[in-house]
Ligand binder design. Structure first.
Ligand code: FES
Length: 295
């Protein structure tokens, strides 16, 4: 019996997971519960596996740029009284809304695999951006109804929400390192270097070796020995604790899948490939060197 149950009755909410975790799980169930290849493909697309960079980071430039232009054109329309600035403001606002919708979809896909403490920051970031979208949508409706003054006010409020959201987005990247390649800075030898006794590498088993503090995962496949960095590029999980699946390894934390022959990302949320190594058995030792054709 726990201490809590021995003493006063536990609060019904005491064991409830935090709100950000509950939202994340609900989102995960709604979007990806099927686990079908199609759902995985959509997820891979939204994460940016095809791009080799987080797609969200690219898409957020659209509303940020377009809505900044909206603010500028609104000011010019006010100052000059020229309707052409009003037309440009409305156009930029609409482009920003389209970009924000796409950025929201990719952001949700990324956020579904973000762990604490960044998860809470990500929730606030997303809610503020949704608020900005709501304010800009309202602004567009008001402008269409010839209530341009109120429309401009709504847009100004949306701009403030977007600015604070962008600040939190910066925290996600620069403070929590979301979307940053966690293998960057790892050094591997340019020449074949012994990292493990060959007798310690059985067939079809993930085995860890180290080179200057950087983890390596090795697999013996008959005559071949496959090797990639052992630190997941997504959030730094130890791939040695992952699962071997054909010639790929599945990350234990968020199930990214990497090709052991090339380091390529086969399934996200990771988008950066794993550093790939050439490996050989030489005089009873497993030797590795950085692959010449893959980074
Ligand atoms: S740490 Fe997230 S997929 Fe590996």
């Amino acid at each position: 019996m726990s201490d809590a149950s021995q003493g006063e009755a536990a609060s019904p909410t005491a064991s409830r997971p935090p709100i950000d975790e509950r939202i994340q799980k609900t989102l995960d169930r709604a979007l990806y519960a099927s686990g079908s290849p199609r759902a995985q493909n959509v997820r891979n697309f939204l994460n940016g596996v095809w791009l080799g960079e987080p797609l969200h980071a690219v898409l957020t430039d659209i509303p940020t740029g377009a809505w900044s232009l909206t603010a500028l054109c609104d000011l010019l329309e006010l100052a000059a009284g020229d309707e052409r600035f009003g037309f440009a403001a409305d156009l930029c606002l609409t482009v920003g809304l389209a970009g924000a919708a796409a950025a929201a979809a990719s952001g949700l896909a990324d956020w579904s695999d973000v762990d604490p403490p960044a998860r809470r920051t990500g929730l606030y970031h997303g809610l503020l951006n949704l608020s900005a979208m709501g304010l800009y949508t309202t602004s567009l409706v008001l402008r269409r109804r010839k209530l341009r003054g109120k429309g401009r006010l709504c847009a100004a409020a949306g701009f403030c929400a977007m600015t604070v959201a962008s600040r939190l987005g910066g925290d996600m990247v620069y403070k929590h390192r979301i979307g940053v390649d966690r293998t960057s800075g790892e050094e591997f030898p340019e020449k074949f270097t012994a990292v493990l006794a060959a007798s310690r590498l059985p067939e079809d088993t993930l085995v860890r070796a180290d080179y200057k503090g950087a983890a390596i995962v090795l697999v013996r496949r008959g005559e071949r020995i496959l090797a990639i960095s052992g630190t997941c590029s997504h959030a730094g999980a130890p791939l040695i604790e992952g699962k071997l699946k054909d010639n790929s390894v599945v990350c234990p934390w968020h199930s990214s899948r990497f090709c052991l022959e090339t380091g390529k990302v086969l399934d996200g949320p990771a988008v950066h490939p794993q550093p790939c190594l050439e490996a050989r058995e030489h005089y009873g030792q497993i030797e590795v060197r950085r692959a010449q054709t893959h980074s």
